[in-house]
Design a protein around this ligand. Structure first.
Ligand code: NAG
Length: 82
């Protein structure tokens, strides 16, 4: 029974890690209410994508909090309709 506490600690740490990771990727936050996503393609930029979906920069920014427009990467998912 000496291992029981060790296992319990490991399970707790694992659960914390998972919830931390999910929070970071937005699974627990605003992304859940996103109705339409757009995958960034090569050459895309924030201005171009906002224009493509007829979004104001304010709407675009509020749909995508914490987005780094100077560090977009191909395959990144952006919320274009909340
Ligand atoms: C962003 O993309 C749009 C549409 O593709 C393009 O017209 C514009 O020049 C681009 N802006 C920059 C800063 O690359």
């Amino acid at each position: 029974m000496a291992n029981y506490n060790k296992i319990q600690t490991l399970v707790l740490m694992f659960a914390l890690l998972i919830s931390f990771t999910m929070a970071n990727f937005g699974f627990l936050g605003g992304k859940a209410s996103c109705e339409k996503v757009f995958g960034v393609r090569s050459g895309d930029n924030c201005t171009g994508i906002a224009q493509m979906f007829k979004l104001s920069t304010v709407t675009f920014d509020s749909n995508n909090p914490n987005l780094k427009c100077d560090a977009l990467f191909v395959g990144q998912w952006l919320c274009v309709a909340a």
